[in-house]
Structure formats: C-alpha cells, structure tokens
Design a protein around this ligand. Structure first.
Ligand SMILES: NC(=O)c1ccc[n+]([C@@H]2O[C@H](COP(=O)([O-])OP(=O)(O)OC[C@H]3O[C@@H](n4cnc5c(N)ncnc54)[C@H](O)[C@@H]3O)[C@@H](O)[C@H]2O)c1
Ligand SMILES: O=C(O)C1=N[C@H](C(=O)O)CCC1
Length: 249
C-alpha cells in the first residue's frame, strides 16, 4: 500500500533539510517532492502531492499556502509571520476549498506545545505574566511566532477569567526596555549564537513565582510534530492554528 504523498517547500533551509530526512524515514509517508526557492510550485501538482510542509520565509509563506489551498493540497505550515490579517485572508481562501486542511503551527516541538498549554492553565492564577524568548541570531523575525501565540493565549485566558491588565507602574520606557506588548502581555526577545529555540513564561503573584521553560537544543525537536501533522492534517479540514489541536491534550 502506498503512503501519504508529501512534499517539503523550503527543502534546502535549516528546517527543510531536517524535515526532508524525517519524512523520508517516516512510515506511511512517501516524500515525492522537495522544493527550493527557484522551483515552481507546479511540481507539487505534477507529483500529485497530498500534504505539503511549508518551511520558508515570512515574505512568501502566504502566497505558497494560497497556492496549496487553491489546488486542494493540505498544508502543514511552520513558517512564521502569520498575523491576524493573513489568517483572515487564509480563512476566505479555505472557504473556496472546504475539504482542505491547513495547520499553522507556531511551534512543532512537543515541549513548546506543552509549555504553552501549561501557561494557559496557569494564566488566571497569577497577577503578572511575561514571555521571554531566545533564538539563534539568524532568525528573521522578532518576537518569535511561538512567543506571540503564547502571549495571545495567556491574554485570552486572563480575559476569560475577568482579569484586568498586568500590574506595571512604568512611566518611561526608553529604547523599549519593557519589550513588545502583545494583547497586554510583555514579550522579550534575545538573539544569541549557540542557541536554537527557547522560551520562558514567567508568572508572579504576591510572594510566589512560577516559571515554565522549554528548550529546543536541536531542530530534530520539531520533527515528531511535523510527522504527526502530516499524518493527521487531512482529518482537520479548514484552518487549525497550533499543533495542540492535533494532539490529545
Ligand atoms: N514552527 C516551528 O516549529 C518552527 C521551527 C523552526 C523554524 N520555524 C520557522 O520556519 C521558517 C524557516 O526556518 P529556517 O530556520 O529553516 O529558515 P532558513 O532561512 O534556513 O530556510 C528557509 C528556506 O526557504 C527557502 N525559500 C525562500 N523562499 C522560497 C520559496 N518561494 N520557495 C521555496 N523555498 C523558499 C530559502 O531559500 C531557505 O532555504 C522560519 O519562519 C522559522 O521561524 C518554525
Ligand atoms: O528558528 C526559528 O526561527 C524558530 N521559529 C519559530 C518561532 O518563531 O516561534 C519556532 C521556534 C524556532
């Protein structure tokens, strides 16, 4: 019996190379296309690809995913840069191809997915919450997609619990020392040689603190999540934002 016909877009990048190796080894998956930046997306339809893993750059990911949806190819997307405007446009494109599934996954690491889940659970119990992310210095975007997703989930959990803003008496913030603010949650980004992807979520209340930390030391950390998503995305038509929705959490 043949497996899921899969492809990688961005196959020569840091993540793409790992994904190609992981999908070649995965049982029940046949890697039938591996595209670099000079390859045409038409190679995907020519190879009858069923699921494409998109690991490129924020500038091209939206147009790549639109092509996939328009051709009924399920998409597993790890590239960052998916702000609300892009997600809204994607929902409209998906309405024209309702059987197609797209996963936008800010992070494929199981540790990172669990850290975000735990942070969401903890959010309503602590007055203060801030997110710190550390990545390799070749990363194009800041803050990381994971940090944005984490901050949004913390903010939503606080709002659902009827909590107000985090306490902060800062009156002057020269040079942005208090970081970016995503839905009211401060997010700090560090770029450091020797790192891959790391996140710390810090909570505080009177007399106590809780720190949730996740470390990806190697890009192999993202591969089980990618393989799992390739196997299951066809069961999830429409837009899924976050790998957590494909796991039994
Ligand atoms: N979701 C996750 O778990 C996760 C993990 C790591 C990285 N990322 C994200 O994935 C993306 C890729 O990360 P990376 O470290 O591999 O970056 P990278 O720069 O090493 O790789 C990107 C690759 O995409 C290629 N590319 C650019 N335009 C293309 C196009 N039109 N068609 C095909 N290929 C094209 C580039 O030539 C490059 O080889 C980034 O946005 C990063 O933030 C996500
Ligand atoms: O290396 C990167 O770039 C990563 N990007 C994702 C993000 O922005 O959250 C996930 C972790 C690695």
């Amino acid at each position: 019996m043949s497996g899921i016909r899969a492809a990688v877009i961005g196959a020569r990048g840091r993540m793409g190379q790992e994904a190609v190796a992981a999908l070649e080894e995965a049982e029940g998956i046949d890697l039938v296309a591996a595209l670099g930046s000079s390859d045409s997306l038409s190679a995907l339809t020519e190879a009858n690809v069923e699921v494409a893993v998109e690991l490129t750059v924020p500038a091209v990911t939206e147009q790549n995913v639109a092509f996939l949806v328009e051709h009924g190819i399920h998409a597993v997307v790890g590239t960052t840069g998916w702000n609300q405007d892009r997600l809204d446009r994607l929902e409209k494109t998906l309405a024209t191809s309702p059987a197609t599934g797209v996963l936008i996954a800010p992070n494929f690491s199981i540790g990172a997915v669990l850290a975000m889940h735990f942070a969401e659970l903890a959010a309503k119990y602590f007055d203060s919450a801030e997110v710190l992310e550390i990545h390799h210095p070749n990363k194009l975007d800041a803050p990381s997609g994971t940090a944005v997703h984490t901050a949004r989930r913390i903010a939503a959990a606080r709002a659902a619990a009827g909590m107000g803003p985090v306490p902060d008496a800062t009156e002057s913030d020269e040079g942005g020392s208090r970081g970016a603010v995503i839905d009211g949650i401060h997010v700090h980004a560090i770029r450091q040689r020797g790192r891959v992807a790391h996140e710390e979520i810090q909570f505080g209340s009177e007399g106590e603190a809780l720190t949730i930390r996740t470390d990806s030391f190697h890009r192999g950390a993202f591969m089980p999540g990618i393989v799992h998503a390739v196997r299951h995305i066809a069961e999830h038509p429409g837009l899924t934002h976050g790998l957590e929705h494909l796991l039994d959490l």
